[in-house]
Design a protein around this ligand. Sequence first.
Ligand code: NOJ
Length: 534
Amino acid sequence: MTSGLSGELKWWQRGVIYQIYPRSFQDDSGDGVGDLRGVTRRLPYVAGLGVEAVWLSPIFTSPMRDFGYDVADYCAIDPLFGTLEDFDALVQEAHRLGLKVMLDYVPNHTSSDHAWFQEALGGKESPRRDWYVWRDPAPDGGPPNNWKSFFGGPAWTFDQASGQYYLHQFLPSQPDLNWRNREVRAAMMDVLRFWMRRGVDGFRVDVIWLLAEDERFLDEPVNPDWQPGHPEHASLLHPYTQDQPETHAYIREMRAVLDEFDDRMMVGEIYLPVEQLLPYAGTPGSPMVHLPFNFHLILLPWNAEQIGAFVDDYDAACRAAGSWPNWVLGNHDQHRFKTRVGAAQSRVAQTLLLTLRGTPTVYYGDEIGMENVPVPFEQMVDPAGLQQPDSPQAGRDPERTPMQWDGSANAGFCPADVTPWLPLAENFREVNVAAQEADPASDLNYFRALTRLRAEHPALVAGEYRRLDAGHADVFAYERGLGPERVVVVLNFGAETRTLPADLQGTTLLRSLGTSEDQTALQPNEARVVRLEA
Ligand code: NOJ
């Protein structure tokens, strides 16, 4: 697979996945929140980016306490976003434009408003009781153990009526489903079938590595590396709530359901080190997720040594495991990468994402260089931020602000007289799609140049990865080779001008900075893509 022509690859290996956070993409109804008709209207723009697939963050019926990651009905569209007919129209238009559609599947927990949980609250005898995870109080009447919620506080909430606690790895209004229960699994498998029958091509699976918990319900050990200011959840290690063997078995069941249909895929949200991450792809005889999300470009310090070493190790590990690599720079839970790595480095990062071996996932707005938007505590809406005032980095509103389409009031996201659900970036009059369309040197046109390069040079999609010696510790260079074609990527992570070794000089296909014709000097923060003549 790895050395084949790009035509032999599947769409989810070949193409770029573009994540849309529907609340923030385009408001069509005029209520200050994005919706499905808005997304459909903007699909030609998305197709024009040269991406392969759109992944929509949750659009299902929800009280929106975690902005849709608290699902009250898995097979209905929340009225805020539109109707099933709007959804069908979106899929039809996407397919007409050659785009695949991926939905966000949230199997670990439902909303407490879900009919299943409401029935479970009926008491210990309720037929749905065992669909969730219940425990008696500890001898002192407190929670059954020390497990913590990702959003701070205990992972257990007391139900007065029955005298038991229920488990929630996120908000109390997001009770964990009990995946050990066969009926739960059967119901959740039918959700996958429901959407695939409606034409959905794939799924991003929310917190897939959290599905099962250890049945002994032992306390989790303290994390010796935790420091005040870090999220409270990280104060413990998680040997009993994450990455359990049963989870692997449940994922195999999901995969079997996907394989009932043609050419579908799933990518799993998994924050784990590579040695625990890659097993989530399963084996050829017993496959699991098609792509286990690799978040390490987000988690690692941004320097050539550490990023280069990681890329070498991960590429080699994927090769050894026979699994397809993938790369992510941003999503709705992580601060904008341009803010994280700094504006000067943002094209180095974008070039890396789109030229490494493996499927890139792009977060909406990153293609125009959207940055974190500071959201003061009074305007904050994200529960992760509101519940953890002592962890200033925990809030996710800054990376979820409205897409900047043009320089008009509210950036073309919603009508001028409406307040958008999150504030717009202050710089939206300069940083927006319309302005960047008109500027050949814009981030947007740089992004398109990168996807065009991928389309024109199969080596960038299907070619092998090989590390090259650029002669400087702050320059990371590698080759993508396929048959006789050799495309070299050189990334200057530093602020010094560097001389390019003679064997890395060739025909320049793309450079991130300026118009200098100098083949030998790499400018500070420059990314360059070069074709070597055979
Ligand atoms: C991971 C999602 O990406 C995040 O946004 C959400 O809050 C949690 N899962 C809970 O569903």
